[in-house]
Each structure stands twice: as C-alpha cells, then as structure tokens.
Design a protein around this ligand. Structure first.
Ligand code: GLC
Ligand code: CA
Length: 556
C-alpha cells in the first residue's frame, strides 16, 4: 500500500464565496455567511474547504484578479471575519486551503500601477512588457478570454501580456523579486494557519522567453499554449517555492495544471519531486468540445470518458496522487453535463457521485453538487455575469457571425455561470441565499432542489454524498486500492474493480436510462459479498436499472 498521507484520505469541498451564503443582505455571499454554514459542512463530513479567492479585487474575473493579496475583498468581509472562519473551521476539524492566483494580478494591484508608469519603475520588470511591431502587438497570441493577449499601455506606448482579461496582467516569474514577493505573501498566509493552497493556472507561470507567434487555427489569433503551458522553468520555480515555503509546513497543495498529461503530472507531483502534492487534470473536461472549442452542445462518449479516467487512475499509481472531480466554478453542473438533470436527476447525480468517489484519488465536491444542483439554463444574455461567457458571445456572435440561438445554447451547456448561481439552501425567497437581490439569479428550480428538503429526506442526494464520504473514511480500499477497468467497450456501463490486500470492490454504474443484464459472476461475484452502497432501495443482482449505481465488497 502507498504511504498514508492525510490529504490522500480527505474529501475536499469547494466554496465559491460569492454564491455560497450572504449574511448581510447585499446579495453577495461573504465570509460570515460561510461561518453560518460550517455546521452544514461538518454534517456532510468533508475534511477540507477550498475557498475560491476572497482577496481584494475589482472583480473583473470574480476575484481571480487580485489587487491586494493580504486584504479581504470588502464584499466578503474583513480579515477578522477570515480569522474567525479559520478558527471555527479548525475547531470543527475542517481544514481550509486558499486559492493562490499568482500567474497574474489585477491591473489595479500596486505592482502593476507602478509598473505601467514608466520603463524605469522598479516594478517595470514585474510584468511582461514588449515593444509592438509597427502598429501591432508584439506577437499574434490570443487571450483565453477573447481578443488579443496584449494590451497597449498609453503611458509608455508598450504592450503588456495578459493570457486572461486585460485587467489580469501576467506576472514575470523570471524576475527573482516577483518570486520573493510571492513566497513572502504565501508564508504570511501559512503562518496564519491555513492548510494549503489551490494554485490557479500554475502551469502557465513560465513563458518561453522569445514569445514566438502561435499557430492560427480558425479565428485570427495564434495559440499561446505551447509557449506558456509547462514553460521552460516551471519546475525550477515550483521546486524553489517548495524549498523556500511549502516544505516548511504540513499542508496540501493542488495545482490547476491546464494542459497536464500523464507524462507531465509526475513532474509536478511525483513523490520524489518536491513540487506540489496534486494537480487537476482537464482531459475529461475536454470530451464534449466541438467545432467551436469549449463552446459546444455535444455530449461526451462514455467509452472516451472511461479511457481517460482509467488512464489517470492507473498511470499515476506509485508515482503520484490523483484529483477526482466532475465540476468546479469554471465548469457546468455535473448532473447536467454527465447525467440526466430532467427525468433522472437524483439517480444520475448519485450514480456520478458513486463513480467518482469510489475511485483512487482525492475527491473534490463543488458546492451544490451534493444536492444535485443543475445548470442555470439562462434564456437571456443579460442574465450572464461571467466575463468569459460575455466575451465569447461578443467574439462568436458579433465578430464571427454565429447565430444568437446557437451561442445561447452553447452557454446553457457550458457557461461557467451555470455553476455560479447561488447555493440553494431552502425554498424561501432567493433559496435562502440572501434577503437582498442576488448578484446573479437563483436557479428557478430551488423550490424543489434545496438543502433543507434534502436534509430531511434520508434518500436524498445529500445523504448519499454523506454516506460516500463516510465510506471513504472507513475503508482503506476506497482510498488506496488499485484500480482496474472492466468492460472498456460498453457505451452504457462504467464498471471497475478496486483491490487492496484480500479485499475487492466491484463498482457498477449505468450511465444511461436503459436497463440491462450483467452477469455479475463473470466479474468475480461469489456468494460472499456485501452491498456497500447503491442508489436504488433494493438490489436486483444481474439486472441493472436506469442510472443504477452499486458497489459490492467481497474477498479476493
Ligand atoms: C483559473 C480559474 C478561473 C479564472 C482563471 C484566471 O482557470 O479557475 O476561474 O478565470 O484561472 O485566473
Ligand atoms: Ca454579503
């Protein structure tokens, strides 16, 4: 068995503070709101909270554009509120990891305010400045949030790089002073007692110094990915960060590693590498891409999903540890994307949870997923708040001529706002999230889908998640067992086996509404077995019903 480590045995719950709980009626979730709901998280049984950014920010990208790393956004409260949140969470045995957004800052951060003033500013080299070419930007790169990745700044007539919005200038990690400032800031937070970091787009921090033009595929901009993802010094910098900061604390670190492959993951997280503990991979998030990239209404294919997740399950064994997730604040709702949020919402939400939580790795639950919350299905463009979605609409509809209807359909499937509508606490006004006007509309289905209802109902999605978390805490095999995919060619069933010592788990998940027969004996089912969990009230053996999920435990 692999070495035991607490973060391998933990279940993480992601809070998107803006949409979690509003304590003062201004329509925006806040830290005191989170404090009010800690008991809920304790009951659910999660071990760690990942807090999306709560730092001072002008909110161009909802806090992922930070103007002061050591202050709390006034919308969210004060540093005293934060200290209280941390203390109360710790008192309940819940750890907190913070979002660390250091690929870029806000253009309102004092470093950038100074940097842009003149080429002689001591902060000039904190960012990536280049001369334009004639009247054009330094190269052809396109921003991931639409438009060019360069913005011309009037003060000096030069351009700065921004992979995301123009209010998110990229930091220059090749400048040792930048790295020292970041390490100092991280140390300050860790000394406060936080339990680690989720590192935003950390695979982008090192750029190929020549910044060559990127390949143009459709559209007008070049692809910056090959020159920014896993850049030449990313591992050198992470090792330095580990040496100077991370290694001094007993914490959990997880990198958002856009573009990471099974070859690359062990470089970031290998047990002998002294970089990070975990990375988020994105392969299964790309399965439903279409001719307009992420803007798509396609459905994934189960055989592809199984191939990808199984590859990650087996390839990392003994080398490093997996992150397990279906959703987060950048993705649509899991049950809408991978399940059936209409006729089989509860069953399919539980099925998806089973499929993921029985795998090897550290599971992440995104707020509301434990209730089976669904996509927002906004019908008007005006209902959207997300800069990525709004910029994409402009780019595709206003500039490239895609139809309004098609783009709205894409947004209903893929917009990040699907996951950002307020948490559905009860069936009162605004789902109990706020007494004021919520910053983004509450999902219309809150009267039916909410925590209060599910709390009362032992058969709810909520209680099912609670049980899955409990099982993980009780059974080493769920955490440490090895993984083996069965029936790779089925487009209907996801079946896999976990093995540890003389124990086996057989996990069976139906990803469709079709019933079918499965000869369980062929997969090692003897008479001596127990049913660990199932989303149906009874077990009908070889008969597998619509979206049924069940897990058997037996001896080898
Ligand atoms: C990450 C965040 C996303 C943000 C982007 C830029 O992908 O998860 O929400 O927009 O980085 O910071
Ligand atoms: Ca508030």
């Amino acid at each position: 068995m692999e070495q035991r480590i607490w973060w391998k045995e933990a279940v993480v719950y992601q809070i998107y503070p803006r949409s979690f709980m509003d304590s003062n009626g201004d329509g925006i979730g806040d830290l005191r709101g989170i404090i009010q709901r800690l008991d809920y998280l304790k009951d659910l049984g999660v071990d760690i909270i990942w807090l999306s950014p709560i730092y001072q920010s002008p909110n161009d990208d909802n806090g992922y554009d930070i103007s002061d790393y050591q202050n709390i956004m006034s919308d969210f409260g004060t540093m005293e509120d934060f200290d209280e949140l941390l203390a109360q969470a710790h008192a309940l045995g819940i750890k907190i990891i913070m979002d660390l957004v250091v690929n870029h800052t806000s253009d309102e951060h004092k470093w950038f305010v100074e940097s842009r003033k003149s080429i002689d500013s001591p902060y000039r080299d904190y960012y990536i400045w280049r001369e334009g070419k004639d009247d054009n930007p330094p190269n052809n790169w396109g921003s991931w949030f639409g438009g060019p990745a360069w913005e011309k700044d009037e003060a000096t007539g030069m351009y700065y790089l921004h992979i995301f919005s123009k209010k998110q200038p990229d930091l220059n990690w090749d400048n040792a002073k930048v790295r020292e400032e970041v390490y100092e800031m991280m140390t300050w937070w860790l000394d406060k007692g936080i339990d680690g970091f989720r590192m935003d787009v950390i695979s982008l921090i090192s750029k190929v110094p020549e910044l060559p033009d990127g390949e143009v595929r459709g559209g007008i901009y070049g692809d910056l990915s090959p020159y920014c993802i896993h850049g030449p010094k990313v591992h050198e910098y992470l090792q330095e960060m580990n040496r100077k900061v991370l290694s001094k604390y007993d914490i959990m670190t997880v990198g958002e590693a856009v573009g990471v492959t099974i070859e690359e993951a062990p470089k970031y997280t290998g047990y002998d590498r002294n970089e990070l503990n975990l990375v988020f991979q994105f392969d299964h998030m790309f399965l439903d891409m279409g001719e307009h990239g992420k803007w798509s209404n396609r459905r994934f294919q189960l055989t592809d999903l199984k191939k990808i997740l199984s590859k990650w399950q087996t390839a990392l064994e003994g080398l490093c540890w997996n992150c397990l997730y279906w959703s987060n604040h950048d993705q649509p709702r899991a049950v809408s994307r991978f399940g059936d949020d209409k006729d089989y919402r509860e069953l399919s939400a539980k099925m998806l949870a089973t499929c993921l939580h029985m795998m090897r790795g550290t599971p992440f639950i995104y707020q509301g997923e434990e209730l089976g919350m669904t996509n927002a299905y906004f019908e008007q463009l005006e209902q959207y708040r997300d800069i990525e979605s709004l910029n994409a609409y402009k780019g595709y509809v206003e500039q490239l001529g895609l139809s309004h209807e098609l783009m709205m359909d894409y947004l209903q499937h893929m917009s990040r706002d699907n996951a950002r509508t307020p948490m559905q606490w009860d069936d009162s006004l605004n789902a109990g999230f706020t007494t004021g006007t919520p910053w983004i509309e509450v999902n219309k289905n809150y009267k039916e889908i909410n925590a209060k209802n599910q709390f009362k109902d032992e058969t709810s999605v909520y209680h099912y998640y609670k049980k899955l978390i409990q099982l993980r805490h009780e059974h080493d095999i769920i955490v440490y067992g090895s993984y083996e995919l069965l029936l790779p060619d089925s487009e209907q069933l996801y079946v896999y086996r976990r093995t540890l010592g003389n124990e086996v788990l057989l996990v069976i998940c139906n990803f469709t509404k079709e019933e079918m027969e499965l000869e369980l004996a062929e997969y090692g089912m003897g008479t001596e077995h127990t049913l660990l969990i199932s989303n149906y009230p009874d077990d009908q053996g070889n008969r597998i019903r619509a979206y049924e999920a069940k897990v058997y435990r037996m001896p080898t």
